[in-house]
Write a protein that binds this ligand. Structure first.
Ligand code: NFS
Length: 651
């Protein structure tokens, strides 16, 4: 590990990853790719060292053409006059806007598909009609004289309003799902949003040259955007997907690189939008495509999931997951992957570099994502009538890759892990006998707290070591854990989502989990499904009659990477749930310094004070903890939960 003084933390080198990463298959594949001369994210991260200190601290301003400006002691203001607080906060506001745009585009695609399904222009059989009718009721949609499909289309259009509304009318999802006491807090802070699109626009507007020079107003916009992100992109995507493809229920399966099989057509499903991939699965499982695979000499077809598409397919169908964003190149290093079908987001350019080493076919299926050299068969949400034939073409192209590849480099790590996924909001409550029973277990201490361990990977942390190291210790501390996104792949592969892992929990939590037949870490879906965990937090708060901010809850984002994670953390902060980050965000780290006479100088600054001190704590009741060592991070989290219990008199 090399210590980075600008971050006040050690940075892992490739051998540190080998030593600390929890999945032995990772090391096997890293070694294989290295000896094959295929570069990966780990090599490119090493080549980028040392990374720019101004970028690491968020003090580089590139928001106009007078710059770039770097804020420093020597030059404390940019050319326009912006100081450090203004630059750092503007950068964070822009990151959230970018992440929100990604999820909004995802929501847009899913909702347009839902409208097309309800109006009969796409060949999609709706599997979650009851969810749509529940939403119609919650949104106050008039059902009189309308067919069920017309009601569903009206629900979808209400969801679309929350993605794109340009006026100050209330958001349907926020009105329907946010707790009343929280809405009062947000109203008091004047941070109620209009929609995801509006707040993305406003965030970019406020941060252009000469637009807003009050960093506290930018901080308000960060929170306002977080609410737009939560209700306008997460709720909308997750709910529309449930109406389209059904509400998941728990199912047992096997995961990890070892699910790939030599002699079979191995197809990885990667990305975020469920629309094309659902149809492709239908086609792949048809007798025609199965026959095509056999004609090509394969024994059958294996499907494996990556990133959030993988999380969702595990939840809905028990399709095995393989790995996450930083494992996508490693998965191809097995030499066994014939095709990767990718849609939108978190598909790194490096994937194609490794694909070319092994002759793997990449098929892009989103109009937003082009990869040079890939086969492009996009789903266009505004031309849904071609979905069926396009999906058939994708399935045929994927299977055809089997016959054209060099199959001599296949070496699949044997490791396979038992895992249970599919914990929708309803499924979690049902597993424990309802919200009342679960709330009582939290109050009486059988469950010490509830944490959600989520988010990406980053090469700044030894791959997956923080997700697994923290989650395991939280479980050992009696905490019930939910998980989504790339974190969930790490926890699934580590065996923490196996019901047998209940044995890691102390009594009485162990007994509670065993009686319910569930693991200590509940995989709830992709990142947009973080709202399932949020709904759980809200439901228990309502049962207990205790405000969200007072309960022993925690959001853990131990390996943040994508801009989308900024919104996830801010979402939970805005709801009064503190965040434990495993890595410093791009803000100036508050490092205590020694003064000229050897005295210790206070390392605080306005930005760290806002996020990690009294700033947010006094307004929304939550703060960010940053701990890079997994053992220390878990201790910090457990201490936070214990303090919350003590304040409630719960012991
Ligand atoms: Ni989430 Fe999904 Fe992974 Fe990070 Fe990307 S897959 S939406 S952003 S990298 S957890």
């Amino acid at each position: 590990m090399k210590f980075n003084k600008h971050l006040n933390q050690p940075i892992p080198e490739k051998d540190d990853v080998r030593a600390k990463t929890p999945n032995p298959a990772t090391v096997q594949l890293m070694d294989k790719l290295e000896s094959a001369g295929c570069e990966t994210v780990f090599d490119r991260f090493a080549a980028q060292q040392p990374q720019c200190p101004s970028g690491l601290r968020g003090t580089c301003c590139r928001m106009c053409q007078w710059g770039p400006c770097r804020i420093s002691d020597k030059a404390p203001r940019g050319v326009c006059g912006r100081d450090m607080n203004q630059v750092v906060m503007a950068n964070i506001v822009r990151q959230l806007a970018a992440g929100m745009s990604a999820h909004a585009r995802h929501a847009h695609e899913v909702i347009l598909a839902l409208i097309a399904a309800a109006e009969g222009t796409a060949t999609i059989t709706l599997k979650g009609r009851e969810r749509a009718l529940e939403l119609a009721d919650r949104f106050g949609i008039d059902t009189a004289g309308r067919t069920e499909d017309e009601v569903i289309a009206a629900v979808a259009r209400a969801l679309l309003d929350d993605v794109g509304r340009m006026t100050a009318d209330p958001m349907h999802t926020l009105e329907a799902f946010a707790p009343a006491d929280r809405r009062e807090v947000w109203e008091g802070l004047d941070i109620l949003p209009r929609s995801a699109s509006y707040e993305s626009m406003e965030s970019l507007h406020m941060t252009t040259l000469g637009a807003c020079s009050d960093w506290t107003a930018l901080a308000d916009q960060e929170l306002r955007s977080a609410l737009a992100y939560c209700y306008g992109t997460l709720y909308t995507s997750s709910l529309a997907t449930e109406v389209l493809y059904g509400v998941p229920t728990p199912k047992l399966t096997e995961v990890n690189y070892g699910v790939l099989k030599p002699g079979y057509v191995n197809i990885l499903l990667h990305g975020h939008s469920p629309v094309m991939v659902e149809k492709v699965i239908e086609k792949v499982r048809s007798p025609e495509i199965e026959a095509l695979a056999r004609e090509a000499g394969a024994e059958g077809i294996v499907l494996g999931g990556m990133c959030c598409t993988g999380d969702e397919l595990l939840a809905r169908y028990g399709i095995p997951t393989v790995t996450n964003i930083m494992g996508q190149e490693l998965a191809l290093g097995t030499g066994a992957v014939d095709a990767v079908i990718v849609d939108m987001q978190c598909v790194i350019p490096g994937l194609k570099i490794v694909a070319d080493c092994f002759g793997t076919e990449i098929i892009t299926t989103s109009t937003s994502n082009r990869i040079p050299g890939a086969t492009h068969i996009p789903f266009d949400p505004e031309r849904p009538e071609t979905l069926d034939e396009d999906a058939e073409r994708v399935a045929r192209a994927a299977v055809a890759a089997f016959g054209t590849r060099d199959r001599s480099k296949i070496e699949i790590p044997e490791r396979v892990t038992t895992a249970m996924g599919g914990f929708s909001y309803e499924a979690i409550l049902e597993s424990f006998g309802g919200a009342g029973a679960l709330a009582e277990a939290l109050r009486d201490g059988r469950i010490r707290g509830v944490a959600t361990v989520v988010g990406c990977n980053t090469p700044k942390v030894a791959y997956e070591s923080a997700h697994v190291g923290i989650a395991r210790r939280l479980v050992e501390g009696g905490v019930l854990v939910t998980t989504t996104g790339c974190a969930s792949h790490a926890l699934l592969n580590a065996g923490l989502c196996d019901p047998a892992a209940a044995a890691l929990a102390p009594q009485p939590l162990r007994g509670l989990l065993e009686a319910a037949g569930v693991p200590p870490v509940l995989a709830v879906g992709g990142c947009v499904d973080n709202v399932r965990s949020l709904r759980l937090f809200i439901a228990l708060a309502e049962e207990l009659g205790v405000p969200l901010a007072d309960l022993p809850y925690l959001f853990v984002g131990a390996e943040p990477g994508n801009e989308k994670t900024v919104g996830q953390g801010a979402t939970f902060l805005a709801h009064g749930i503190s965040v434990l980050s495993g890595f410093p965000a791009q803000i100036p780290v508050a490092v205590p310094r020694t003064g000229p006479d050897g005295e210790l100088l206070d390392g605080r600054n306005d930005i760290t004070e806002f996020f990690a001190g009294d700033g947010l704590l006094t307004t929304v009741g939550a703060k960010i903890y940053t701990e890079t060592d997994p053992a220390c991070a878990a201790q910090t989290g457990l201490l936070h939960l214990r303090r919350k219990r003590q304040a409630l008199g719960w012991g």
